[in-house]
Ligand binder design. Structure first.
Ligand SMILES: Nc1ncnc2c1ncn2[C@@H]1O[C@H](COP(=O)(O)OP(=O)(O)OP(=O)(O)O)[C@@H](O)[C@H]1O
Ligand SMILES: [Mg+2]
Length: 412
């Protein structure tokens, strides 16, 4: 996405090849697995039918996506939906049954042993849920391990390891062993070990699910920071929706081996592809995910010159604050230009789950505000979320005639 790292090989204006390109990928476990993707009738069976007819489990079913350079690509789904199998297929730690798979345009399925080893050691590093540290080695030597496997000399790998240890905030702990560290610190070592080989892409398989919520948040911040600072491509597996929404630039939602929806957090929360996804995102505080783009409408000449300015990718929650504070609609300003306006009615419509069509939101939004606040209140992050709409909700009641006339000044 916009955070993409510069790509020297691509000519200006030519999109870089995706880091991973996955095309119709299948992984079937069980006897004569290859016949399942090859036979349309078998391929169409439900997981239970497939198991009883063939004894096979289709862990990954006809999955296609690209991972773009520099993005955080999240794969989310319930336990057993196929996430780990999919991420392991990317470096052929699990051998795919059929389909296409490329890294930087190079066919991964055609790689020989040497090339595959090179892929796993240099290009794609994995961070695991249970850290996978060597208990008898120091932090420094654990971090240097990947470099050691690469054949890097001792002095050089230790120097590099020390640098990465500092980068993940473990300075001073170089000589400890994993058993002398907290869970969060151990996972920092796991992260440092993956970073030390300077991989093109980091693969995370539920790296933080063994950590308690506060440490987990810390580690998420760490990933966000690393991504911001280095623009490294990341594929991040999680079954936690909040984690997916925090980290993902795009999210692939898996169910029974298939991707049921692939989109930005805003697309997934704002336009769920089916009832399954809708149910999945039901309790998400929408105002913290949806941006003002969703709620904005064309500004009149007068509106374009008045009111507080918000960026197009500001969250609805941020815009509600701005609108409530100013007492009038906010201008959506992109590179110094007013591209639209958001008023309190439209913003509330998003909160209430009727956003998207800003005009419809004005009328319908208010009716269900009470319900939506209750839903927000159920969530783990209610403090800001539930207060903002409450403040905002004062405005539209008064502002109604003004909104209808397209004159937001009346809100004040
Ligand atoms: N080696 C295997 N042999 C047979 N079936 C397997 C094997 N590995 C995984 N499966 C099955 O494939 C499906 C997907 O498993 P996978 O581990 O990819 O799920 P997951 O989404 O990572 O789940 P979790 O969140 O619990 O880690 C499950 O039904 C699982 O039982
Ligand atoms: Mg898993």
């Amino acid at each position: 996405m916009s955070a993409a790292a510069p790509v020297s090989s691509a000519a200006p204006g030519v999109a870089a090849a995706p880091v991973f390109s996955v095309d119709g990928l299948w992984k079937v476990f069980g006897p004569k697995a290859e016949r399942v993707p090859a036979d349309p009738e078998l391929a169409a069976l439900t997981p239970a039918e497939l198991r009883s007819r063939t004894g096979c489990t289709a862990a990954v079913r006809n999955v296609s996506f690209d991972v773009r350079k520099g993005e955080v690509f999240v794969v989310m789904g319930l336990s057993g939906s196929g996430k780990s199998t999919l991420v392991r297929c990317l470096t052929r730690l699990i051998e795919p049954t059929s389909g296409g798979l490329a890294i930087d345009g190079e066919d991964v399925l055609a790689m020989d042993k040497t090339r595959l080893r090179e892929l796993r050691r240099h290009r794609a590093a994995m961070v695991f849920q249970h850290f996978g540290l060597l208990p008898h080695r120091t932090v420094l030597d654990n971090v240097a391990y990947g470099l050691e496997i690469q054949g890097v000399g001792k002095a050089e790998r230790r120097a590099k390891a020390a640098e990465v240890v500092a980068k993940v905030g473990l300075e001073g702990m170089e000589q400890r062993r994993p058993g002398q560290l907290s869970g969060g610190q151990q996972q920092r070592v796991g992260l440092a070990r993956a970073l030390a080989v300077d991989p093109e892409v980091l693969l995370f398989d539920e790296p933080f699910s063994a950590l308690d919520p506060l440490i987990r948040r810390d580690m998420q911040e760490e990933v966000i920071r690393l991504h911001r600072e280095e623009g490294r491509t990341m594929v991040f597996i999680t079954h936690d929706l909040n984690e997916a929404l925090r980290l993902g630039e795009r999210i692939a939602l898996m169910r029974d081996g298939r991707i049921v929806q692939l989109g930005t957090p805003e697309e997934i929360v704002g336009s769920p592809a089916d009832d399954y996804v809708r149910e999945f995102v039901r309790d998400v505080p929408r105002e913290q995910v949806m941006t003002v783009r969703t709620a904005m409408r064309t500004a009149s000449a007068e509106e374009a010159g008045n009111g507080p300015a918000v960026a197009p990718d500001a969250t609805v929650s941020e815009a509600i604050e701005a609108v409530a504070r100013a007492g009038c609609a906010a201008r959506v300003v992109d590179s110094g230009r007013c591209v639209g306006v958001v008023d309190s009615g439209a913003l509330l419509g998003v909160v209430a789950g009727v956003g998207g069509d800003a005009n419809a939101a004005v009328g319908d939004g208010r009716a269900s505000v009470g319900g939506s606040q209750a839903a927000v209140g159920d969530d783990g992050a209610p403090a800001r979320g539930s207060q903002a709409p409450a403040r905002g909700s004062q405005a539209p009641a008064k502002a109604d005639p003004g909104l209808a006339a397209g004159d937001d000044e009346e809100v004040a």
